[in-house]
Design a protein around this ligand. Structure first.
Ligand code: SF4
Length: 298
């Protein structure tokens, strides 16, 4: 089997998680998965509108794993978030981003990196609800970074985009929310001007007619990116040969993974942005995930 970066991460987090994720898929897609899938569509096509429409497609089928009556509003909110993030990441040139080809690490051990490749380097985007030095350390040491770096023998640039905490299905940050002046309709985000000129009304990106590039320009004018965007480079590790050997061992383990109930690593069940998709059912113990939540992969 060809192992992806994500499968190696799953194995590292919990062998049971890898087993389930090979055999089953959720009936409805989680917001985090839909965000990354749609962002990839936008970046690989070089078209922000593609990210937006992919998210709406996933929201229609198989549907989002969110509760409530306002699922359409939640989907629209996130699709507009994706459109603006993709526009920002593509920059003015709007060049397509490319995935590296599948790598043969040794013998029949095949590995498919899921970062992006650009001249001499790899690139990865992390969508985070908040950012901290601890979280950076986690990303620097994750197999999502290190696996691709040693497989491709290239350093990696990580672009972190803070998209805010999820509250009632919405993520309020400067990407999605601004203040509008009641008289002249001027849009601002932060700064002294807001206090000096009366009461401003909150406005969501999805309800604004402002062009995406203009929204981004105004974010820049109000120094919004400082708190929302972080980038750092991860060099090829000095012991890359040893890490390469470890990666090969993990690929062998993934290829020979037994079926049925495996060792469960419970510390991985409830992570902040990426809780295990089986967390609602697995720790209670089950042989087969309930059909209302998961289906066998075809
Ligand atoms: S819920 Fe926890 S124990 Fe179960 S598969 Fe996920 S990470 Fe492993």
């Amino acid at each position: 089997m060809i192992c992806t970066t994500e499968q190696i991460v799953n194995l590292d987090e919990c062998p049971q998680k890898l087993r389930f994720s090979i055999d089953y898929e959720p009936v409805r897609v989680t917001l985090a998965t839909a965000l990354y899938k749609s962002l990839a569509e936008g970046l690989k096509s070089g078209l922000p509108a593609q990210a937006e429409s992919k998210f709406m497609q996933l929201a229609a089928f198989p549907g989002l794993a969110v509760q409530g009556l306002n699922v359409y509003e939640i989907a629209r909110h996130h699709s507009k978030l994706l459109e603006i993030l993709t526009t920002y990441l593509l920059g003015g040139a709007k060049e397509k981003w490319h995935r590296p080809p599948t790598q043969r690490l040794a013998g029949d051990l095949l590995y498919r990196p899921q970062s992006y490749v650009e001249t001499g380097k790899l690139r990865r985007v992390v969508l985070a609800s908040s950012w901290s030095a601890d979280r950076e350390l986690e990303e620097r040491n994750s197999w999502r970074s290190i696996g691709d770096i040693v497989a491709m023998e290239r350093p990696m640039i990580v672009n972190v985009i803070v998209i805010g905490q999820l509250r009632n299905g919405f993520r309020n940050s400067f990407w999605t929310s601004a203040l509008s002046h009641p008289q002249n309709r001027q849009i601002r985000f932060q700064g002294a001007a807001l206090n000096a000129t009366g009461k401003w009304n909150p406005i969501r990106r999805e309800n604004s007619v402002l062009d995406t590039l203009e929204w981004l320009r105004l974010m820049q004018q109000d120094n919004c990116f400082e708190s929302l965007v972080h980038s750092f480079e991860i060099p090829i590790p000095e012991d890359s040969e040893r890490v390469h050997t470890q990666l090969q061992a993990m690929l062998r383990e993934a290829n020979a993974l037994p079926t049925g109930n495996l060792y469960r690593r419970r510390s991985s069940c409830y992570r902040a942005f990426y809780p295990c998709q089986f967390a609602n059912v697995c720790p209670k113990g089950f042989e087969t995930p309930p059909e209302t939540l998961f289906q066998l992969k075809k």
